[in-house]
Write a protein that binds this ligand. Structure first.
Ligand code: ATP
Length: 365
C-alpha cells in the first residue's frame, strides 16, 4: 500500500474550480490502480484570505505544506490584493514556499497536444522541458533592490555555483528519463543564457558545462536567450531539455506555453530535493472566475506530474502509473474533441470537461 498526504491549496479565482477536477482525477486514478491511498489535506492560502485576515497563509498551513508528501496548488492571487509597495500578495505564499522549501527547479513540460489548435506556422512536433532556476538569478533580489531618490534603481543578479549545479543536474536527470528531442531522438540539454554580455551568465554556462561532464550520454548545447525565443517559434523540434536562469526561464516558459495551446494547457512543478509543489502555469484568471469556464487541463496535468514525481522518488510504480492514467485521460479527451472548454474552441464548462477527463481515467486503463 502506498500512502501519501497531499496538501491542496485551491487559492483564488478559478483555483477552486479546477482543483475540484484535480481531486476527482486523483481519487479516480488511485482507485483505478488499486492500493494507492492519497489523503487530501485542503488549506486556504490565498489573496482572499489576505483580504479577510491580513495574512495570505497561516503558519499552520506552511507547516502542513512542509510536512506533506507534495503540495498541489490551484492559482493564488487577485490583481487588487497588493502590498503598499505594489507587490501582489501571492508572493507571500508562492515565494515563501519556493524559498523555505528550496524548490529550486521550476519544471515545465512543453508538448504539442492532440486536438489543440496550432499556434505556430511550423509543423515541427514540440516536446521539450523547460527547467527554470527558481530561487536565484535576477529575481533573488526581489524586495532587495535599491531605489535612490526615485532617480536610480538597481537589482542584482545572483548566480551561485551550488544553485546552478543543482538545477543543471535536474535538467540532465530529466534528459536521462526521456527519449530525446523530436528532431532526431538525440538526448540533449541546452543551456539558455546571455554569456556574451554578462559575466554572471558566462559563469552560469561554465558551471553548467562542468555539471554536464557527469552525463557523457547527453549532448549539450548553448543558446543565447534572444535566439532562443526565435527558435521556440521556428524550430522547436531541436529541443529536448533546456535549463535557464530564473528570469530567462520565466519568460521562455510562458512563450513555450503559448506555442502549444496557451496557459490553460501548461502544467508545472516546483521541485527541490525534499519537497515538490505542482500548479498550472496560469494565474487565477479573475475575468472568468466563478463562471465554470476555466480549462482544467493544466491543473490536471500538473496533478499527473505530481504523481509521477512522488512515484519516482519513492520507487513506487503505483503512483507513477496513476500519473500516466491521468495524463492519458487528458490526451484522450483532447483528441476526442467534443468536451472542450471555450479557450480550446469548444463549449463545455470546466466541470463538464473535468467529468470527461475523470471518466476517461477508467477508459485509459
Ligand atoms: P498571474 O500573473 O497570476 O500568473 P496572469 O496575469 O498571467 O496571472 P492569468 O490569470 O493566467 O493571468 O490569465 C491570463 C488570461 O488567460 C486570462 O484572460 C484568463 O482568462 C486566461 N486563462 C488563464 N487560465 C485559464 C484557464 N485555465 N482556462 C481558460 N482561460 C484561462
Amino acid at each position: 500500500m502506498s500512502d501519501y498526504r497531499v496538501v491542496t491549496l485551491p487559492g483564488d479565482g478559478i483555483g477552486p474550480e479546477i482543483m475540484d477536477v484535480a481531486v476527482a482525477a486523483l481519487n479516480k486514478a488511485s482507485a483505478a490502480v488499486g492500493g494507492l491511498q492519497i489523503t487530501i489535506d485542503e488549506h486556504d492560502a490565498s489573496a482572499g484570505r489576505w483580504q479577510r485576515t491580513g495574512a495570505a497563509m497561516s503558519e499552520e498551513t506552511f507547516e502542513a505544506c512542509r510536512d506533506a508528501d507534495a503540495i498541489l496548488m490551484g492559482a493564488i492571487g487577485l490583481p487588487e490584493a497588493r502590498h503598499p509597495d505594489g507587490r501582489e500578495v501571492n508572493g507571500d505564499v508562492i515565494f515563501r514556499l519556493r524559498f523555505a522549501l528550496d524548490l529550486y527547479a521550476g519544471v515545465r513540460p512543453v508538448r504539442s497536444l492532440p486536438g489543440v489548435r496550432k499556434t505556430l506556422a511550423t509543423n515541427e512536433p514540440i516536446d521539450y522541458v523547460v527547467v527554470r532556476e527558481n530561487v536565484e538569478g535576477l529575481y533573488a533580489s526581489r524586495t532587495g533592490g535599491t531605489n535612490v531618490r526615485n532617480e536610480v534603481a538597481t537589482d542584482t543578479i545572483v548566480i551561485t555555483d551550488t544553485g546552478t549545479r543543482k538545477v543543471s543536474k535536474v535538467a540532465f536527470d530529466i534528459a536521462m528519463s526521456r527519449k530525446g528531442r523530436p528532431l532526431d531522438g538525440r538526448r540533449m540539454v541546452s543551456c539558455i543564457d546571455k554569456a556574451n554580455v554578462l559575466s554572471s551568465y558566462a559563469f552560469f554556462r561554465s558551471v553548467f558545462d562542468d555539471a554536464a561532464k557527469a552525463y557523457p550520454e547527453i549532448a549539450t548545447d548553448h543558446v543565447y536567450v534572444d535566439a532562443m525565443t526565435a527558435f521556440q517559434v521556428q524550430r522547436p523540434a531541436h529541443f529536448d531539455v533546456v535549463v535557464a536562469e530564473n528570469m530567462f526561464g520565466d519568460i521562455i516558459s510562458d512563450l513555450a506555453a503559448a506555442t502549444v495551446g496557451g496557459l490553460g494547457m501548461a502544467a508545472s512543478g516546483d521541485i527541490g530535493d525534499k519537497h515538490g509543489m505542482f500548479q498550472p502555469a496560469h494565474g487565477s484568471a479573475p475575468d472568468i472566475a466563478g463562471r465554470n469556464l476555466a480549462n482544467p487541463a493544466a491543473m490536471v496535468l500538473s496533478t499527473a506530474m505530481m504523481l509521477d514525481w512522488m512515484g519516482r522518488r519513492n520507487d513506487d510504480d503505483l503512483a507513477v502509473q496513476a500519473g500516466q492514467l491521468i495524463d492519458a485521460a487528458v490526451l484522450a479527451v483532447l483528441a476526442e474533441g467534443t468536451t472542450l472548454t471555450a479557450d480550446l474552441g469548444g463549449s463545455a464548462s470546466c466541470s463538464e470537461m473535468g467529468e470527461a477527463i475523470v471518466a476517461a481515467i477508467t477508459a485509459a486503463r
